[in-house]
Structures are given as C-alpha cells and as structure tokens.
Design a protein around this ligand. Structure first.
Ligand code: MN
Length: 196
C-alpha cells in the first residue's frame, strides 16, 4: 500500500518577497518548476518499492543514482528556500554565533570562506554549513545533488550554486549571486537547526 506521496510545501513568503537578492522569476522557475520536477520524479521512482515507506532523509542516506539525485534535490531545495526570509539578513546570535566565532574566527570570516567555497565549486552543486555530532562546524562543497546527511553531518545552511539558481538574475556572476544571499538568510531558522 502506498503511504507516501511527496508534495511541495508552500513557501512562507510571497514569490516576489526575496527580491532583489532572488527575483520572483527565479523563485517561480527554481522552486515552481525545477523543485517540482525533482519531487515528481521522486514520487515516480519510489512507487512500488521499499522506499515508499521510508523517511526522505533515510532515502537520501540509502540510495544512489537517479533516486538519490531526485530525493536529495527535493530535500535540498526545500531546505534552501526555507532558509530565507524577506526580513532576513543581519547576524546570528546565541549558540550558533558562538560556534561560528569559535570555528571560523569571526562571522565575517565565515561568510568569506562560505562564499569562496561556493564560487570555487566546479560545475553544479551546493555549499554547506554543517555541524558534526560534537557541534563543531564545517563548510563543505557537494557536487550535483550532494548532501552532508550522507556523511553523518547535520546540515545548517546551504547555498545552491547550480546555474539555474542564479542565471536569470546574475547570468555568469555566481560570486555576486552568493554574496547577495546574506541579505535574506533567516538566522532564526538556521540557528534553530543547530541543536547542541
Ligand atoms: Mn537548484
């Protein structure tokens, strides 16, 4: 019996609310078309298989090939878009801020290292801020659909560096696209993922 059909959660802001960091056109294509395709493919690929009753995170950790790619992309995009708010920006506080200062020296240096990791990632992928089981933070690059869950890490923040994430607004200027995302990061959401 089929128990799971994945659907797209509605974004907690209007499609034009993240502009100018991310335009309405990009939100409409990126979340409305690209992300929808990953979720549709995920539903087709798990139908009639043992993956039907598995949590999405467990599918990501135990699959490969097209199923991994679509499951992870489905998860990554929800995580990415729900990290933003039209009231975002500023700086994190509390335990996450303390950990950033401890592990990267300063918030400014963390942002610099995170942006550089995204700019230098060759081809399509994601740059991630994650925590290990001891709470230590790390920045990692992932090709294509990669996700730190497969390395036993807890993802906290990601920037999508696939061209589809920025090309409509920034064309080839990936560095500018990543830099502008700091204006909309919802640090309350990101800090809430850092459970120490
Ligand atoms: Mn994307």
């Amino acid at each position: 019996m089929k128990t799971t059909i994945y659907s797209q959660p509605k974004l907690p802001y209007a499609p034009d609310a993240l502009a100018p960091a991310i335009s309405q056109e990009t939100v409409d294509f990126h979340y409305g078309k690209h992300e929808k395709a990953y979720i549709d493919n995920l539903n087709k690929l798990i139908e009639g298989t043992d993956y039907e009753d598995m949590a999405l995170e467990d599918i990501i950790k135990s699959s490969e090939g097209p199923l991994f790619n679509n499951a992870s992309q489905a998860w990554n995009h929800i995580f990415y878009f729900f990290s933003f708010s039209p009231d975002g920006g500023g700086e994190p506080e509390g335990a996450l801020r303390d950990a950033i200062d401890r592990d990267f020296g300063s918030f400014e240096n963390f942002k610099k290292e995170f942006e550089e990791a995204g700019v230098k990632l060759f081809g399509s992928g994601w740059v991630w801020l994650s925590a290990d089981q001891s709470g230590k933070l790390c920045i990692t690059q992932a090709q294509n659909a990669g996700n730190p869950l497969t390395d036993g890490l807890t993802p906290l923040l990601t920037f999508d560096v696939w061209e589809h994430a920025y090309y409509l607004d920034y064309q080839n200027r990936r560095a500018d696209a990543l830099h502008k995302l700091w204006d909309i990061v919802d640090w309350d959401v990101v800090s809430g993922r850092y459970d120490v």
